[in-house]
Ligand binder design. Structure first.
Ligand SMILES: Cc1ncc(COP(=O)(O)O)c(C=O)c1O
Length: 460
């Protein structure tokens, strides 16, 4: 019999084995090395299997050939990048999303699109944003959301002066100007992809000693600009210092100069859940568009980005995909028209499961604990004779280094990561090489902090 139908007949065994493997993997998360230092036994050029032995045998091969060589990036001490964990309910939602394999395109014949709308509303609630002002879509990540922002902003700017970039192309609006102080690397990539150009960004100064936008410098640059098409990209949580721009002042300037205001809040949006930090986001409700991520601080599995805008019809204009076979008169949101992909994973389901299972309080608890952990590590660094804190943490990221020069610190970082107890990524802050510890995982507990400190101490 066909292997796939044989597998269907034993789907219970397959799922049980998947459950066992997943459970073993999660349970090992506390003790397994945080990163894999040698995956050379895996052969990327292995011969193509001609026939295959079915799912149970493939799971055995997975256990042998792949699982032992992964980073424990969903575990409690992987502090690289801004790597969110995945809560049990979110993982369950993700499994089901794969099992039911909806193509979450539009309202026709499925509730999936309504679930996405509900989830977008819930994200507005979590971020303290008025539901009636913002609408949007889930994307593959903040990079994709930032791309939607540039394209929508440019279209809106063009329309203010009677130019239709969507129809006539980027060259129809030659003077489109983008102002930003500390744009994330993904934003620069998006300027290239969208045809604006990586170099076409007006760099606004930062406030001394921070990554936050210098508002007076923005005011001066906007005042000197002769362009009629302007976009300001503000940050609500820069990736290093987690600085927040003064969104109220920037929104005032954008209103005065007719500029589109985009706020990159990839993880910073969820600071709204921490009453000690929610004020940092004051003014974000005046943005024209906002980027955030589910796979960071909301702790749903990769991949899941969030894009919100007040100008949903302009987004839909830029991203509409028309073909007779795609049309439908069923009422509801058609997400084909809200992003790059026509075919889309049911990304709303893991978020729906996570929020249904843990509610606002469960989401807030991750954010607040991670911020406390960052403070705790920062205090320890300050008290340690051999370490230097590069910046007081505002949110969940601690930047620090040893007392040696940059080369010595590069080697120290390699030694810390080689302990297998923790994983940091490097950074440069104020021209100095340092380590970034980004706390973004629900599983990180106080005992992990103790292990992290021991690991650093052991290689100093
Ligand atoms: C502020 C900010 N914007 C954008 C991104 C890109 O996010 P993603 O990897 O989800 O595309 C990141 C990632 O760390 C970020 O911190």
């Amino acid at each position: 019999m066909n292997r796939k139908f044989e597998d269907l007949n034993q789907i219970g065994d397959i799922f049980a084995k998947v459950g066992d493997i997943a459970q073993d993997y999660l349970n090992a998360g506390d003790d397994a090395p945080v990163i894999c230092d040698d995956s050379s036994s895996f052969d990327p050029f292995a011969a193509l299997p001609a026939r295959g032995d079915g799912a149970l045998a493939a799971l055995d091969a997975l256990k042998q050939e792949i699982l032992p060589f992964l980073a424990t990036s969903s575990g409690p001490r992987y502090l690289g990048f801004v790597t969110g964990g995945a809560t049990p309910a979110a993982v369950a939602g993700d499994w089901i999303a794969s099992t039911i394999d909806q193509n979450a395109t539009g309202p026709q014949g499925s509730v999936a699109s309504a679930v996405e709308q509900q989830v977008i509303n819930w994200i507005c609630d979590l971020g303290g944003l008025p539901r009636d002002r913002f609408d949007g879509a889930l994307t593959t990540g903040a990079t994709a959301s930032n791309l939607l922002a540039v394209v929508t902003a440019r279209q809106w700017c063009g329309e203010q002066v009677g130019i239709d970039v969507d129809g006539d192309g980027a060259m129809a609006l030659p003077g489109f100007e983008v102002f930003s102080a500390t744009p994330h690397a993904s934003m620069i990539k998006d300027l290239s992809v969208s045809g604006v150009g990586r170099n076409n960004i007006v760099r606004v100064a930062t406030d001394p000693g921070t990554e936050a936008m210098h508002v007076q410098d923005l005011a001066d640059k906007l005042a000197n600009s002769t362009s009629k098409a302007k976009m300001v990209i503000a940050s609500a949580g820069t990736v290093n210092a987690t600085d927040f721009d003064d969104l109220v002042a920037i929104a005032d300037l954008c209103a005065a100069y007719g500029a589109w205001l985009h706020v990159d809040a990839a993880f910073g949006l969820f600071a709204a859940l921490d009453h000690r930090r929610a004020h940092l986001l004051t003014g974000i409700d005046r943005a024209d568009s906002i980027t955030s991520d589910g796979h960071k601080w909301l702790n749903v599995p990769y991949d899941c980005g969030i894009f919100l805008t007040r100008q949903i019809s302009i987004l839909e204009k830029c991203f509409r995909a028309f073909a007779p076979y795609l049309t439908s008169d069923v009422p509801g949101n058609n997400y084909i028209n809200r992003g790059v992909e026509n075919s889309r994973r049911f990304r709303a389901l893991p978020i729906w499961m996570a929020i249904t299972a843990y509610g606002r309080e469960g989401c807030a608890d991750i954010v607040m604990r991670n911020c406390d952990q960052a403070r705790d590590l920062a205090h320890w660094v300050v008290d340690h004779d051999d370490l230097i804190l590069l910046r007081d943490p505002l949110l969940n990221v601690v930047m620090f280094c040893g007392r040696g020069n940059d080369d010595a610190n590069r080697q120290l970082l390699a030694r810390i990561n080689a302990t297998g107890k923790v994983f940091f990524t490097p950074t440069i802050y104020n021209d100095r090489f340092g380590f970034r510890a980004a706390f973004s995982n629900w599983r990180t507990r106080d005992q992990d902090l103790a292990i992290i400190k021991d690991a650093i101490h052991s290689v100093l």
